[in-house]
Design a protein around this ligand. Structure first.
Ligand code: 13P
Ligand code: SF4
Length: 335
């Protein structure tokens, strides 16, 4: 091992990634493809990744699709171009495989908003309740969860629970409120939120709608209710993508992380897409966690097979049950 690699490995925990120089003349796409074959690795990427990473991935999808891929792949190594909870989910579903995440600090404000020890205390107040957790939560929270869900299958999951069974929904209060409205179920909600989806500006979206009166306004259910109330269509990333492909509209104002626009533009090159404007002054609505992954970090993590996701055995054994139940219900619903 070179001195540089030894130092980068030593600093891995603190930095989150292998902090090594990459030759700027290297064809990273070609190198990543070569390493993929050499290591029998599969790259799973979320729609919020930068477009170069999406273009090199073996599979691009939403949280449900990514979990289904992680459960069924026959690759030896899963390289997760996404955030920490997604890579943890992949590890829980395929514990015998090596799961790599280009940057361990690619976290999630929703997952952070619900620490497992605090939630465990909260749960004690509702001993008769079933816990449904949005998959955007830590592996440890999944050990306190009965059924996971994603925004693609959340309605099906809630509907699968008997009507007289009370439910706690965690950690996303916005998705929770939307589900209460959609399903008519009165759930106890944990008060967490996504830092990206809660900053869309009602005023700026209204102005954009006036400027583009023929555009459909589409939004992810992690957005706040006042934004969802304005939407022509609400759905997960894959649902939003499908809507832009299949609907008659030619223009769309999109209220979710703008990484999804890459697939929307590829699928419908003649249509026009406007990212919904946020409240903040720098006008940025990119997810800082998702965007921690870069082609350089992806290349380095495949070359040196680290950083790797390691989970305690008890967390995998206990937590995976909530993901398995979600996948079973989804399969029965044809999702
Ligand atoms: P989906 O892609 O499942 O809609 O999730 C969105 C999201 O915020 C992932 O972090
Ligand atoms: Fe988490 Fe929101 Fe980023 Fe998704 S977009 S990873 S929910 S912070």
């Amino acid at each position: 091992m070179s001195a540089d690699l030894a130092l980068a490995t030593q600093n891995l925990k603190r930095r989150g990634f292998l902090d090594l120089d990459v030759d700027p003349t290297l064809d990273l796409a070609a190198e990543i493809n070569r390493l993929k074959k050499e290591r029998n690795a599969v790259i799973l990427a979320h729609y919020y990744q930068e477009s170069e990473i999406q273009d090199i991935a073996d599979y691009i999808g939403d949280s449900l699709g990514l979990s289904q891929q992680a459960a069924s792949t026959d690759a030896d190594i899963i390289v997760f171009a996404g955030v920490h909870f997604m890579a943890e989910t992949a590890k829980m579903l395929s514990p015998q495989k090596k799961v790599l995440l280009p940057d361990l600090k690619a976290g999630c404000s929703l997952a952070d908003s619900c620490p497992a020890p605090v939630f465990a205390k909260f749960k004690e107040k509702y001993p008769d309740h079933v816990v449904v957790s949005y998959i955007n939560c830590t592996a440890e929270l999944k050990t306190l969860t009965d059924i996971c869900c994603t925004s693609t299958n959340a309605r099906h999951i809630i509907d699968s629970i008997p009507e007289d069974q009370p439910i706690i929904f965690a950690p996303d209060v916005n998705l929770g409120r939307w589900l209460v409205k959609e399903t008519g179920r009165d759930m106890v909600l944990w008060n967490g939120s996504c830092m990206v989806h809660e900053i869309f500006s009602h005023e700026k979206v209204t102005k954009l709608k006036i400027a583009h009166p023929k555009a459909a306004f589409i939004a992810h259910p992690e957005c706040e209710a006042h934004i969802l109330d304005m939407a022509d269509h609400v759905g997960s990333t894959s649902s939003l993508l499908r809507f832009t492909r299949e609907s008659e509209y030619q223009e769309f104002i999109v209220a979710t992380e703008p990484g999804i626009l890459h697939q929307m533009e590829l699928a419908s090159p003649d249509k026009t897409f406007y990212p919904a404007p946020p409240n903040n002054t720098c006008a940025c609505n990119e997810c800082p966690h998702m965007k921690r992954n870069t082609m350089e970090k992806l290349y380095l993590c495949m070359k040196y097979e680290q950083p790797e996701i390691i989970l305690p055995e008890w967390v995998i054994e206990k937590g995976v049950k909530s993901i398995d139940r979600m996948l079973e219900i989804s399969a029965r619903a044809g999702l």
